[in-house]
Each structure stands twice: as C-alpha cells, then as structure tokens.
Design a protein around this ligand. Structure first.
Ligand code: SAH
Length: 346
C-alpha cells in the first residue's frame, strides 16, 4: 500500500525528496500544496512537472477521510462530522462556528483507554491510535467542505480519545497545524485537553507552545479516583505538579481546568472551595461544563441554580471562570457524547 503523505513530518518529506535526488525546493512546494492549498490530489499540483507528480503518486497517496455523516445542530449551528477511516473505523469531529472564530474539535484516537465513568467514548475502549495524517485529515476535510470565507481558526483536541496517550502522532500533527508554512494556525489558538498523564504533560510543555487544558472534574483524590481511573496511576497532587511545571516553562502560561459538573457528586460549595484552593496555586482559568447526559449514563446534570452558585463562589474570589454549555447537544456532538460503533475487534 502507498503511504499517506500526510503522515510525514516536514523533515521526513524533505529527507525523502533528498533521497530521490529531487531539487531542494520541491519538498517545500509539495508541503505547501498539501497544507496551505489543501490539494486533495497530486494532479492538482500544477506547478510541479507531470513526471514529478507521477513519482509522488507512485509512492504516496494523500489520505482522505470519507464523510460518513454530517449532523447540523438546529440550536447552536455546530456540525458533527463522522469521518470514515481507510480501515472502516470512524471518528467524529465537531465544528463550532462562533462570533469571531470557527473552532474544530478533533479526535486523537478511535475510542479511548482512560475509562472515565461519565464519558460515552470510554464505552468503546481503545480501538486504535490515529496517525498524524488522520488527525490533520479532520481539519483538511472539514475545511474543504466550508465556503472559503469560513476558515477554521481554532483547534481543540477534545474529541474522542486521550491525546497524550497518542503522544508522538499528536505532537507531529500539532507541529504541522501550527507551522506557518503548514496549516498556519497560531499556537495560541490550539488547545489540547488531557485527563492528566503527568509525565506527558511535562514533555508537552517543552515540546510545543500550544495551550493545555486539564480535565480536573473533582477536587479530592478519592472523588477523582472514583470518576477517573487514571488518578490511580497519577495522583491529583502529581498531576497538579505537572501542570505547575507546564506553566513555568514559558512566561504568561496558564492552565485551563475543565470541571464537568455532576449532580450530587462534585457540585457542592465545599467542592467549589476546594477548587478555589487548587486554583490558587498556579495561573489558571476554570471552565465549568454542566454534564451532558446520555442514556447509559448514571449521572445527571445539576440544576441551573447549583451551577450558578458554584460559578459565583469562584467568580467572587476573582477566578476567571466560564460556564461552558456544550455545543451540539441535540446532535450528540457535545463533550463526552462522542461514540461510534465499530466493526474492528477491540
Ligand atoms: N481525553 C481528553 C480529551 C477529551 S475532552 C480529556 O479527558 O480531557 C472531553 C472533555 O469533556 C473532558 O473535559 C471531559 O471531562 C468532558 N466530558 C466527558 N464526558 C462529558 C459529559 N458527558 N458531559 C460533559 N462533559 C464531559
């Protein structure tokens, strides 16, 4: 099988060109066709000599993701895309047009191994990692379906999967998306969200300049352990230490704490108080996400009043805090609702 050229880093592409004895500028030209111009095939690379295009096509394909389905939310204008991969597995990506930006939420794995009790993707278990080209492919395919004036400006790695559990592929994809000669998305407009793999958080802070969000979701070791099995591997204290290291690596860095609010589990004012103590130790902002229910889940969304009171407690203590009502709730495209049936063995 020909290799997906989108799986190559910029250096790997130029190395391949060198090995084939091609002129230096060729690799830059191809890279630009792939990412700046988002060419779907080598034939479109019209400033490349025809035999050159044929040479690339002999060794590589430009991996495409097939649009399996598209669900448009009537409520908030978000769109959930189901993308079919070459092996019949699928992943979901969610497009969220906002006032002055257009954000795409990407998946990093088919399924997820982290087993968070409140998340629908966890039910799939981990099927496989996505390759860098499949991660970038979600951006390329989505952009191709949009009118040119609607440019994807922001990326969140918050879809299916644990991005730091697929570290190398995710970092390679981030490099290409934030490369001015690649997709050219500013580092400040890319956010990766993690359950809290502590060593990878520290590596990530050194390897990239993009933003970090930690899915905190609870304020005690025991409470977090009940919801998120990963806590048994990396304690709450260890993860917060890693976040602190991340914030210190570059000036003005801060972490976003995501906090899914579950009725009767983590929505009391005692929780808010503990959260404010956690937040006082490092530069951070806090996103409260009222829980999105789904049929097989045992958890419920807290009442509006509960969410407000929690919010107010933190806002009064001068935290930058937001209530994030998820987009795409009516199309099952909201946080923690992404799940696809798969034909591959687990
Ligand atoms: N594995 C990464 C990336 C997924 S992000 C991570 O955990 O951060 C998904 C975000 O949605 C996480 O913050 C998670 O805590 C939250 N989430 C999961 N299930 C949810 C649900 N049913 N309702 C609201 N938020 C949910």
């Amino acid at each position: 099988m020909r290799q997906n050229i989108l799986d190559l880093s910029r250096d790997q592409l130029s190395q391949w060109c060198e090995e084939k004895g091609l002129k230096k500028y060729i690799s830059g030209q191809v890279y630009q066709w792939l990412y700046s111009k988002k060419a779907p095939s080598f034939e479109e690379m019209t400033d490349l000599a025809i035999p050159m295009r044929a040479l690339f096509a002999e060794y590589f394909e430009i991996g495409r993701l097939e649009v399996g389905a598209r669900h448009h939310s009537a409520v908030d204008r978000s769109t959930k895309f189901l993308y079919r991969l070459h092996d019949t597995n699928s992943v979901e990506a969610v497009l969220m047009p906002q006032k002055n930006r257009t954000t795409l939420c990407l998946s990093s794995q088919v399924g997820c191994a982290m087993g968070c009790k409140f998340c629908k993707t966890a039910e799939m278990k981990l099927v496989r990692n996505l390759t860098p080209g499949e991660i970038l492919g979600q951006i390329l395919e989505t952009q191709r379906q949009l009118p040119p004036e609607e440019r994807i400006s922001n990326i969140v790695l918050m879809g299916m999967g644990e991005p730091l559990h697929n570290y190398d592929s995710v970092i390679q994809a981030i490099r290409i998306m934030t490369d001015p000669k690649g997709l050219g998305i500013s580092q400040r407009k890319v956010t990766l969200s993690t359950v809290g793999l502590a060593p990878e958080i520290e590596r990530f802070g050194k390897d990239t300049g993009v933003k970090l969000a930690l899915s905190l979701n609870a304020t005690t070791e025991e409470g977090r352990g009940d919801l998120m099995p990963v806590t048994r591997k990396y304690s709450l204290e260890r993860v917060l230490e890693a976040c602190k290291v991340y914030t210190k690596d570059q000036p003005n860095r801060r972490v976003t704490f995501e906090y899914v609010m579950l009725a009767g589990i983590n929505d009391s004012l005692d929780d808010a108080k503990r959260l404010s103590q956690i937040g006082s130790h490092l530069p951070c902002k806090i996103n409260l996400i009222p829980y999105n229910e789904y049929p097989s889940s045992p958890y419920k969304r807290p009442t509006e009043e509960k969410v407000r009171a929690f919010f107010t407690y933190l806002a009064d203590r001068h935290f930058q805090v937001n209530i994030r009502y998820s987009k795409g709730l009516d199309v099952n495209g909201a946080c923690g609702q992404l799940c696809v049936s798969t034909s591959s063995p687990h």
